[in-house]
Unconditional design. Structure first.
Length: 110
């Protein structure tokens, strides 16, 4: 191998590591926000099987009904609220809501 190929390969490896790290950080941010703002009703696992969630009849975030919604629809629900769910658009930044949507997608894979 030539020196240029090795250097290019190393550069690509660094980019992959940075991308994976960034994705993991986003997931951690979404998980922390979920725990703080959503878990009381939706439960730690997103199932809605918390005492408050059962009382309010919240939706299972892992369900096909929730997971088939677009990111824009989930963002709208988090931002504006729906039914008994409060609006978080004035409490959370757009990036935080994006992190929550990504975390809800992760819950659907569990």
């Amino acid at each position: 191998m030539t020196k240029k190929v090795v250097i290019a390969g190393f550069g690509i490896l660094i980019l992959i590591v940075v991308a994976v790290f960034a994705a993991a950080q986003g997931n951690q941010a979404g998980a922390a926000l979920y725990k703080k703002s959503c878990a009381m009703c939706h439960g730690a696992d997103g199932s809605g099987n918390s005492p408050m969630g059962q009382k309010m009849g919240v939706r299972d975030l892992k369900s096909a009904d929730v997971q088939k919604q677009t990111d824009a629809q989930l963002t709208q629900m988090i931002s504006k609220g729906k039914g008994k769910m409060p609006a978080y658009g004035e409490k959370l930044k757009a990036e935080e809501i994006k992190d929550l949507v990504a975390y809800i997608r992760e819950l659907g894979k569990k």
